[in-house]
Ligand binder design. Structure first.
Ligand code: BTN
Length: 254
């Protein structure tokens, strides 16, 4: 594939791919790096990217979708990732934590960061789908603060994987899932599969509202727009737009 850029090290593959997209890079163009020294996660967090242990890649997509559909791409990308990992590591239970996390046995194994072009910008709209997966990461490779929360495909299965082969499969899967999303009622099909892997469904969890109130409720799964619904202890249904949702201790890892 001639639109794949494989770097030894970079600041952030999302930044590289975004720059290429601004210069007109085509649908499917990808940047992959063996290490990042400024890897970005959602909500301004850092994504630890030690050399040679994880998959760090970003794929430019130019979906045939109206711009308001773009926020749903995080769920589509999560499903594309989860289905690939399930096939490669079939003995281990993986699931998705809304909106963008790949989890296994109560610990995070991967995440998605989608960054879209500005709706006001010139040119065709695009999105960059950044994917980070802890592949051959060992406990000691994680920053101390993440050792209790993070896991890797190696730690869960006992087997190491070829990171480039995983990337190739993910690339095919992502473009395929975007193709499904683009079809009439395609996102409904994506959601049907996503919900089968929903780790928050029926679980007690807490989240912060936009006015910084902590609410406790049970996950009801994403609605047709990809927003998470949850029922609080008084029975009121809330739509969670973004931000961080945390499982209660007793529900961790189930
Ligand atoms: C998250 O879980 O918050 C999202 C993590 C996304 C990390 C990936 S690694 C490749 C790409 N480049 C980045 O800087 N971030 C994404």
């Amino acid at each position: 594939m001639d639109n794949i850029f494989h770097l030894i090290s970079t600041v952030s593959t999302n930044e590289d791919a975004y720059g290429l997209a601004l210069k007109g890079a085509e649908h499917g163009t990808a940047v992959l790096a063996d290490a990042q020294h400024g890897g970005k996660g959602r909500l301004g967090r850092e994504w630890a990217s030690p050399p040679g242990t994880g998959l760090y890649c970003s794929i430019v997509i130019r979906p045939n979708l109206p711009f308001p559909e773009f926020p749903k791409l995080t769920l589509t990308a999560g499903l594309a990732l989860c289905t690939v990992i399930e096939r490669l590591v079939p003995t281990v239970p993986f699931g998705l934590k809304w909106p963008n996390d790949l989890y296994c046995n109560g610990r995070k194994a991967g995440g998605i960061l989608v960054e879209s072009s500005s709706p006001l910008g010139d040119g065709d709209p695009f999105a960059v789908v950044g994917v980070g997966v802890n592949v051959n990461t060992r406990s000691d490779d994680f920053p101390v603060g993440l050792r209790e929360k993070g896991t890797s495909l190696l730690m869960e299965s006992g087997n190491s994987l070829d990171i480039y082969k995983l990337f190739e499969k993910l690339h095919v899967s992502l473009l395929g899932h975007i193709g499904v999303h683009e079809q009439q009622d395609g996102f409904a099909e994506i959601l049907k599969e996503w919900r089968k892997r929903d780790l928050l469904l029926g679980k007690e969890m807490q989240w912060l509202t936009s006015d910084k109130k902590v609410i406790v409720g049970r996950g009801m799964g994403p609605d047709g727009n990809g927003q998470l619904l949850a029922r609080d202890r008084e029975g009121k249904v809330h739509e969670i737009l973004s931000g961080d949702v945390q499982l209660f201790e007793s529900d961790q890892g189930k």
